[in-house]
Design a protein around this ligand. Structure first.
Ligand code: CAA
Length: 285
């Protein structure tokens, strides 16, 4: 089965991430297929803009493929996975044709990171957006620590990243993540919006460093791993003091470093054995 469907109509290439059985989670093959489809659309004379969405009723993309993350054997392996995904997202972000993410359901972890690498986003009213990685004993690895603060501001991103709590579409839109659209006629309305984008130059995310407060707010983290939180705080605070590209490389290094904690292994195993609603028994090491 094609992991990304490619269809061109009326000058718009619709790329549909197509793994509905795993809520369109991004494994390596899907990443490669996204890059290939994006470059195909960029090179196609009949395409003026690109719409990226997810197959099925429930999800845009539910994140990186957790089974693949759990199969990583070392910090280097995990860092490589991060760099591989970051490269795909950098390709999307750099396209000359406008890329609009049509967020039609869950956009979690790598799913929100994928949407944030696009030039703009429309959010279906049933969408849920977040960076829940800390529940798994990891940190975002496809740009979340660097792109989210640049889009929604430091304080909100600090809270979303460190608590892992997702936000609904209306709140996401108010925070600056995209434009809210009704469920009925969602894809048609998304295409109309893309056509407006086609007439303008793509909006690029500001790559300059972002000022960070000297004393970022304290947060209640409940059962979440303190050792993973320390890596996450460093990735955010050190990364934002750098231009985007260098901040992303630093994020990948901290993502890999999660492999050296006990909590990464506890968190990923917990998801695979108990599912998403059972809190992981973190030991803060
Ligand atoms: N990776 C692999 N498989 C996934 C997945 C993921 N990210 N998300 C969902 N799936 C799979 C589930 O394991 C399940 O498979 P089975 O039917 O074989 O058991 C199937 O998709 C359907 O999922 P659920 O039964 O869990 O559906 P639900 O409606 O009950 O819950 C959900 C939906 C709340 C989104 C839940 O699936 C969930 O929490 N998923 C994980 C979300 C997440 O943590 N994303 C971040 C991943 S890590 C990351 O992205 C790191 C990074 O930055 C690089």
């Amino acid at each position: 089965m094609n992991k990304v469907l490619y269809e061109v109509r009326d000058g718009v290439a619709v790329l549909t991430v197509n793994r509905p059985e795993a809520l369109n989670a991004l494994d390596l093959e899907t990443h490669a297929a996204i890059k290939e489809a994006a470059l195909r659309a960029e090179g196609a004379r009949e395409v003026a803009g690109i719409l990226l969405t997810g197959a099925g009723e429930k999800a845009f993309v539910a994140g990186a493929d957790i089974k693949e993350l759990a199969a990583a054997r070392s910090a280097d392996d995990l860092e490589r996975l991060s760099l591989f995904g970051q490269d795909v997202f950098a390709t999307l972000a750099a396209l000359k044709k406008p890329v609009l993410a049509a967020v039609n359901g869950f956009a979690l972890g790598g799913g929100l990171e994928l949407a944030m690498a696009c030039h703009d986003r429309v959010l279906c009213e049933n969408a849920l957006l977040g960076q829940p990685e800390v529940n798994l004993g990891i940190i975002p690895g496809y740009g979340g620590t660097q792109r989210l603060p640049r889009l929604v501001g430091f304080e909100r991103a600090w809270s979303m990243l460190r608590t892992g709590r997702p936000i609904k579409a209306a709140e996401s839109a108010a925070a600056g993540l995209g434009t809210l659209l009704p469920r009925e006629g969602f894809l048609d309305a998304a295409k109309t919006r893309l056509k407006v984008m086609i007439d303008h130059r793509p909006r690029r995310l500001e790559p300059a460093p972002l000022p960070v407060p000297e004393m970022p707010p304290e947060l209640e983290l409940g059962h979440l791993s303190r050792s993973i939180d320390a890596l996450l705080q460093a990735a955010i605070l050190e990364g934002l003091r750098l231009p985007l590209e260098q901040g992303l490389r630093l994020e990948a290094r901290y993502f890999g470093a999660c492999h050296e904690t006990e909590d990464l292994h506890l968190g990923l195993r917990n998801f695979l054995e108990q599912g998403p609603r059972h809190p992981a028994p973190f030991v803060h090491r």
